[in-house]
Each structure stands twice: as structure tokens, then as C-alpha cells.
Design a protein around this ligand. Structure first.
Ligand code: WT7
Length: 631
């Protein structure tokens, strides 16, 4: 069966077959990989039973598929190009052979510390090549990695380590993002003092400042790998053995540790990388995400490496030392595929065209976006000034839960429509559902986006809480996976994602749960209650607007606002700080005590045109008084 998409007709054929002969289709795709033992059944299970299983009883190792498989013919090919934060520092290039050796040495080092298959290892690292080696080293020995974005605070880090009981943490001493120093050693000191499961901390010396080592706990990364062998036999992983846990926010409660498993994730991510970006041998791929997010896992690390591609890893930020840094890197490393977030495009667009002077950008073939809806203006600017009207833009829709891209144009093949994620990937069956749970048929319709068929890379569970997994994703619309997003399907059957329909807010492509931010704010001694809603923000896409009730004796508003921001930075991370804070006497509540967020959203958006039905509120004058103060 044909699986490589090379024209719109072939897309249509492949898509049709992937839906009718799903198992045959994925078996064909999977035949491109190295299996230690073949599967006996491609797919079993169902959404109803929440027991999805792909490539049953197969044995494989994803790190061998990323490394050993490529060594045979491409050992000297560049696997990683590392671009440092400071442009005056040297670039590092690792070949597939280098990455293999670094991975094996670290894998042996981890083993020497007693890390075995199934153990959880936390990776809290800057964007450096060793972070990639750390992920692959865990995968090689069957340890489950949980990468935590290095912008999370010590308490958020500790929560994640404790939730999944990590035995080891791999980190660095410190690093710079732009001019800001991030002191990972101090942050992990604080976190680990509350993490009884941590036995060892491996510290990579990156910034070379004096360190106080903690005897018994700390190991120097260099010393750990120094005398280890260059070879480490890859563990034979069962297809459904967990590969990694990645935390993400939901509308309520603590962050969810989504569990991704070995075979299905590998097959799906490798396939979607090759198809969506129409990867051709020799292409240089740069995805600007952080490895702490799913985008980094799937399209900086695993997807490109599974295809033997060259992947760029950038330590810094697009505006340091100046707003032309991304474009400078594109020219410097002759990047062919550039994949970024709409928020980054909007923030660079605001600098105008002067950062583009003297930039050629002629190596670029394909552009991508991910993480949030893109607006017309940002799309047009990206297309004209970066793509020179000559690079297809793939607007890729997916989620931490989905593992890989589910709805996206195929670069250069799917006719584009700005702001549309367009058509589903092979094997993916999107449906729209109305508020009563009925499937909305036909085109030119709108609804809540669900996926009606399991695909190989779907997260299998929430770590330690399978019940929550079932309730969050598989219960609301029986028999379907519910995404939490709303979507339109236009007359051509193209999908346009309209945004979250739950209490998750997407700030600069970072997913933030309102409940988590409220919990952090409520810890302030003066705060009685709070409610967070989203409002449109020119650069971030959405901003956080906090309505807060304080007890009578609160100090001045300015000081309180700063304290509230500090507490959120401390509990979660600076990226989750509210943009606007309004102190209120009361919140609009229904008789059952539920906050009417719909009204708060209107107020935050500065729109009093229609507050809708307020008759169910205990006291409707609350709305008036909040609005007066907002003005
Ligand atoms: C949420 C998932 C998937 C990697 C990054 C984010 C939003 C994602 C798009 C897009 C419109 C998008 C959705 C989704 N989203 N891509 N192309 N167009 N919205 O992963 O943190 O799990 O967030 O991001 O709302 O549900 P995540």
C-alpha cells in the first residue's frame, strides 16, 4: 500500500485507504522501522474501554531507530546543529555517530547509578545537545523521561517530580536566555529538598561558575560519562511500554502527566514529520520550540532523528542580541524548514522589516506554525517577508495528548487557506459534535472537535490517574476522543481551529490552566477568591485577566499586584503571570455558587455590548460594579 504523499490525489487515496484499511495502512508505515520482534496485531482496544494498543507484542527501541539505524549509511551526517544563546560562542555540530556515542555513554552512566527500565528520570535542561542525548539515553535503557521546561519554577518542578516519582534528575549548572541567567542549580536545590524520590542529580557544567556540590546527591555529567563505553545495547521495549511522561495543564486540578508509549508514538511521529514537512534527504530542519514541550519532543528530537534529518537546536531567544536573530540563524545554517509559533511571528512582525535587511532567507523551502490559531496579519507577514511568497506554510494543529500532528496541510501539496489547519493526516478521523453530543454532518458547520478513531500516537493514560484520563478525554462524547477545541469545517471540508472551549488558556503558545493560576493566587494571605479568564492580546494571542477578591485590610493595589505576580512566578513560572489584575468586591456567581466566566470574559475583553442572561446570578449588580471599575 502506498503511504508517501506526493500529490493531492495521492493524499486523497492514501487518506481513504487509511480510514478503511487502518491496520494495513499503519503496518505498511511501520515496516520502515527496525523491530526487534514483529507485532502480532496492529491494533486492539477502543476509546470506550480506554485500552488503546498499537503493534501488539512487538519489541523495539526508539533510540536505536533514531541512531543505530542511521549509523549504517549516515554516521557522518550532521544530526544536530547547536546554536548558542550568545552568537559569539561557537556552534556545535554532532554527527549521528557523535550523538550515538554521547547517548550510549550517558545510558551506561545512568545504568551505573542503578537506573533500570521503568524508572522515571526528570530532565530539566537548557536547550543544549546533552538534553537530546539525555532523552535518547533514557529511551535506550527503557527509563521513562519526563522533561520539564526550564522556565518552570522550583515548586512546579517539584510537583512534577513527585507526581511520577523520579529517581534521578539531569540538569545543568546555569544558562542564559538572552541576557537573563537561569540558575538551574539553585532552582533544583530548592525543588529536590521537597522530593524524597530523587536519589541522584546529574549536573552538566555549562556556564562554568563555582558550584557547591552536595555530597551523596550530585554527580558531574562529564565525570559520569567520561570512562563509559561507547556502546550500550538498547533495551527491547514492548510496544506499549511507556516512553515518556509529559505534563500539561487541564481546566481543573493539578497538571496531568500524559503517558506516551513506544511503538505507536515512534511510527506516527516519524511518519508525520516526513509527510507534513515533505522532508527530503539533506534538509535542515529548525523547530524553535523548547524540548520541554511536546513540539520539541516530536519535531526537534524524535521526528527528525527517526528520518535521519539534521535538526537545529537553539539555546536563546529570537530577540537577542537583536530582533534579527532567527533570520540570522536561518542564513547561517541554511535552514530549509522553519517551524515556529504564531506568537513568535507576531512579536517579530512588530519590529517591522528592518531586521530583515541583509538577510537572504533563500534556503527556506517550507514554513510551519503550531501552538495556537494564527491570525490573517501574522500569516500574511510570514508568507511575504519570510517565505517571499514562495514557501508553503503548514498550520499544524495538534496537542500534547495527540503526540504528533493531526490536522495540517501537506507542504506544497494541500492547497492552502490562510488560518486553516486544513485536512486530517492519514488515519485521523475528525468529527464535529454539537452541545447535545450529536455529530454535525456535512460542510459549512461548526462544533466541538473530536477524533472518532484511535491513532498510534495518542497518549494512553494520565500517569497514576487513568480515571481522570477517561473522564477528561473519553467520557464527554462517548466513543470519541474530545480535544477541548472548537472548530469550523468550511464548504471545502477544511478545518479551522477556533480555540479552546474549556478553561484552558493559550498564552504565547503556552497552555495554562485557569485553575492552576487561581490556586497559586489564592495562596496569598490577603486573597479570598480569584477568577482568571482570557482576553485577546496582540502578541501573546491570549492574555490572562485576573479578578481578585481580597479581605478588607489589603494594602495598596500596586504592591498587591506585584505580589500576586510574584506568587504565580514562584508557584508555576514567570510565563503564567497574569497580564491584568482587577481587585473586585464580588464575583458574578449563580445560586449554585458557580462563577459566570462568560460575563467575566466579556468584561476582560472590554465589551459591554451583551452580558447575556444575568437572571441566574445571586446578585446581578456585581456585574455593573465590576464593569464600572474596569472602565
Ligand atoms: C492546544 C494544545 C501541539 C503543540 C503545541 C501545543 C492549540 C495547537 C494549533 C493550531 C490553532 C492550535 C489548541 C490545542 N493549538 N496547534 N495550529 N491552530 N490552535 O500543545 O500545549 O498541548 O496545546 O494548542 O488549542 O488544543 P499543547
Amino acid at each position: 500500500m502506498e503511504t508517501e504523499i506526493n500529490s493531492i490525489e495521492s493524499y486523497k487515496n492514501i487518506y481513504q485507504k487509511s480510514i478503511t484499511n487502518t491496520e494495513e495502512f499503519w503496518a505498511e508505515v511501520a515496516s520502515d522501522y527496525e523491530w526487534i520482534k514483529p507485532w502480532n496485531k496492529v491494533f486492539t482496544g477502543s476509546f470506550e474501554e480506554a485500552n488503546i494498543s498499537w503493534f501488539n507484542e512487538a519489541k523495539l527501541n526508539i533510540s536505536s531507530n533514531c541512531l543505530d539505524k542511521n549509523l549504517k549509511e549516515n554516521g557522518d551526517k550532521t544530526a544536530l546543529i547547536w546554536e548558542p544563546n550568545n552568537p559569539n560562542d561557537a556552534t556545535i555540530k554532532w554527527t549521528y555517530k557523535d550523538l550515538y556515542i554521547q547517548t550510549c555513554k550517558l545510558a551506561n552512566g545512568l545504568k551505573s547509578l542503578g537506573v533500570v527500565k521503568g524508572d522515571r528520570v526528570c530532565i530539566y535542561m537548557p536547550m543544549i545537545p546533552e538534553a537530546v542525548a539525555s532523552m535518547l539515553a533514557c529511551a535506550r535503557i527503557g527509563a521513562i523521561h519526563t522533561v520539564v521546561f526550564a522556565g518552570f519554577s522550583s515548586s512546579a518542578l517539584a510537583d512534577r517530580i513527585n507526581d511520577c516519582g523520579c529517581k534521578v534528575i539531569i540538569t545543568a549548572d546555569a544558562f542564559y536566555r538572552g541576557e537573563k541567567k537561569i540558575d538551574l542549580k539553585t532552582i533544583t536545590d530548592e525543588a529536590i529538598s521537597n522530593c524524597p524520590s530523587i536519589e541522584k542529580r546529574i549536573i552538566y557544567i555549562h556556564s562554568n561558575e563555582p558550584l557547591v556540590w552536595i555530597h551523596e546527591l550530585d554527580i558531574n555529567y562529564h565525570e559520569l560519562i567520561e570512562n563509559q563505553s561507547n556502546e550500550c545495547k538498547a533495551e527491547a521495549m514492548d510496544s506499549e511500554d511507556p516512553l515518556f511522561i509529559l505534563y500539561t495543564s487541564g481546566s481543573t486540578g493539578k497538571p496531568k502527566g500524559l503517558v506516551h508509549t513506544s511503538a505507536g508514538y515512534m511510527v506516527y511521529v516519524g511518519y508525520t514529520f516526513a509527510q507534513v514537512f515533505q522532508y527530503k534527504s539533506g534538509d535542515i530542519h529548525w523547530c524553535t520550540a523548547d524540548i520541554g514541550w511536546i513540539t520539541g519532543h516530536s519535531y526537534i528530537v524524535y521526528g527528525p532523528l527517526l528520518n535521519g534529518a539534521t535538526t537545529v537546536l537553539f539555546e536563546g531567544i529570537p530577540t537577542y542580541p537583536a530582533a534579527d536573530r532567527n533570520w540570522e540563524i536561518v542564513d547561517k545554517h541554511q535552514v530549509n524548514i522553519f517551524y515556529t509559533a504564531p506568537t513568535a511571528i507576531r512579536s517579530l512582525l512588530a519590529y517591522g522589516e528592518s531586521p530583515l535587511e541583509n538577510k537572504k532567507l533563500d534556503s527556506l523551502k517550507i514554513l510551519g506554525t503550531v501552538g495556537e490559531p494564527i491570525n490573517e496579519e501574522a500569516w500574511a507577514w510570514y508568507n511575504k517577508h519570510i517565505g517571499k511568497d514562495n514557501c508553503p506554510i503548514v498550520d499544524t494543529w495538534w496537542q500534547t495528548e495527540t503526540g504528533g500532528i493531526l490536522i495540517s496541510p501537506i507542504a506544497g501539496i494541500t492547497p492552502l487557506k490562510p488560518t486553516f489547519a486544513t485536512l486530517p493526516m492519514p488515519g485521523v478521523l475528525p468529527i464535529l459534535v454539537d452541545e447535545h453530543g450529536n455529530t454535525v454532518l456535512g460542510n459549512g458547520v461548526e462544533g466541538n472537535l473530536c477524533i472518532a478513531k484511535p491513532w498510534p500516537a495518542i497518549a494512553r493514560s494520565i500517569y497514576g490517574d487513568h480515571k481522570r484520563y477517561i473522564e477528561t478525554y473519553l467520557t464527554i462524547y462517548k466513543g470519541h476522543y474530545f480535544t477541548g477545541d472548537g472548530s469550523k469545517r468550511d464548504a471545502d471540508g477544511y478545518y479551522k481551529i477556533t480555540g479552546r472551549v474549556d478553561d484552558v488558556i493559550n498564552v504565547s503558545g503556552h497552555r495554562i490552566g485557569t485553575g492552576e493560576v487561581e490556586d497559586a493566587i489564592n495562596e496569598h494571605s490577603i486573597v479570598i477568591e480569584s477568577a482568571i479568564v482570557a482576553y485577546p492580546h496582540d502578541i501573546k494571542g491570549q492574555g490572562l485577566y485576573a479578578f481578585i477578591i481580597c479581605n478588607a485590610n489589603y494594602m495598596d493595589e500596586y504592591a498587591l499586584t506585584n505580589e500576586i505576580k510574584a506568587i504565580v512566578a514562584d508557584k508555576i513560572g514567570a510565563f503564567a503571570k497574569p497580564d491584568k489584575i482587577q481587585i473586585v468586591k464580588n464575583l458574578p456567581k449563580t445560586r449554585s455558587g458557580k462563577i459566570m466566566r462568560r460575563i467575566l470574559r466579556k468584561i476582560a475583553e472590554n465589551d459591554d455590548s451583551n452580558f447575556g442572561d444575568t437572571s441566574t446570578l445571586i446578585d446581578s449588580s456585581v456585574v455593573e460594579s465590576i464593569w464600572e471599575k474596569r472602565k
